[in-house]
Write a protein that binds this ligand. Structure first.
Ligand code: ADP
Ligand code: ZN
Length: 291
């Protein structure tokens, strides 16, 4: 069975064709421009490929409430021309197949649960630390939604006593994203993250904030696996630092071997590597067909 997958980012779109086992056969990538031009390119790619459903993991915020009048649209965003655009309708007009639509991080969480680091588990959390911070959660085998979709990147964290950086979130200034996303690292240290040494103090501070967030997510959702992806997490030294600080913060309160002797297998990079997004789209497509 063939599925189409769209990883719709604010900077670039990646489209792929794959199967029900999460195997990707073909892909294409192009810059995100206007909605019409960008989505037309995606439609063109899928034409005559015989896909039976398409999964679309989108940059957000997006309306994923099927009961809503504006389901399938991008909500208010600073990205020019995209606010209110009905992306699902655009694709449906040309390709009449079921479309699974969700946030990029929800898609990645579903893909990781199907074929990646959380394979075989009915719950996991996928977090991206990149230009922004976002997270998607699978609980009891399903993606979590509510009024809208969770926005776990904007939680409040305790500020490090020596951190003078004010934070860059336009809504909350020093929320998690404001203090720990890639642009915060760059603004605080005047260097891009990939230009900082492995033992730079930036990484201690970064793990200080991410570990607090993980502690909160563990206490609230009790996920069976935590997967950390995104550009900033390509710094491998962050993983041991984060695991250690999560252990310190939890201080033995939640008793489970996953959080103790097996923490190295609990807080992990994406099992699907850089395919997490595209595989997420395949998982959304598979789910759309089953519904
Ligand atoms: P996006 O979030 O836009 O989809 P990425 O996940 O690649 O894209 O995140 C981009 C952010 O991650 C930028 O702020 C960039 O500086 C940072 N980044 C990318 N690569 C690295 C790296 N190797 N080390 C540290 N930071 C990085
Ligand atoms: Zn915020």
């Amino acid at each position: 069975m063939l599925f189409g997958s769209i990883e719709g980012g604010g900077t670039k779109f990646v489209c792929g064709v794959g199967n029900e086992n999460g195997e990707i056969a073909e892909r294409i990538s192009f810059s995100t421009t206007t909605p019409v031009e960008t989505l037309d390119r995606a439609v063109e790619f899928f034409k005559n490929k015989g896909v039976q459903a398409i999964g679309f993991g989108s940059f957000g915020p997006v309306d994923v409430d099927k009961q809503s009048d504006t389901y399938g649209s991008v909500m208010k965003t600073p990205k020019p021309n995209w606010s209110g655009y009905r992306v699902v309708d655009h694709i449906k007009r040309s390709l009449n197949v079921p479309i699974g639509f969700d946030t990029d991080v929800n898609a990645a969480a579903l893909g990781e649960a199907a074929w990646g680091a959380a394979r075989g588990l009915d719950s996991c959390l996928y977090i991206t630390v990149g230009t922004g911070i976002g997270a998607g959660a699978v609980a009891e085998g399903r993606l979590i939604h509510g009024l809208v979709h969770p926005e776990m990147g904007h939680i409040l964290v305790r500020r490090h006593p020596e951190d003078q950086y004010e934070g860059h979130c336009p809504f909350h200034k020093d929320c998690l994203e404001g203090l720990a996303a890639g642009p915060a690292i760059e603004a605080r240290w005047n260097r891009k993250g990939n230009e900082l040494d492995d033992n730079h103090p930036a990484w201690d501070l970064e793990s200080y904030y991410i570990a607090q967030a993980l502690m909160n997510y563990i206490l609230i959702l009790s996920p069976k696996k935590i997967i950390l992806g995104g550009g900033v997490m390509s710094q491998p030294q962050l993983f041991p630092l984060i695991r250690e600080q999560v252990g310190t913060l939890l201080n033995g309160y939640v008793q489970h071997h996953a959080l103790d002797s097996e923490i190295n297998d609990y807080i992990v990079p994406p099992g699907l590597g850089s395919n997490a997004g595209l595989c997420g789209g395949l998982a959304l497509a598979r789910q759309a067909l089953e519904m």
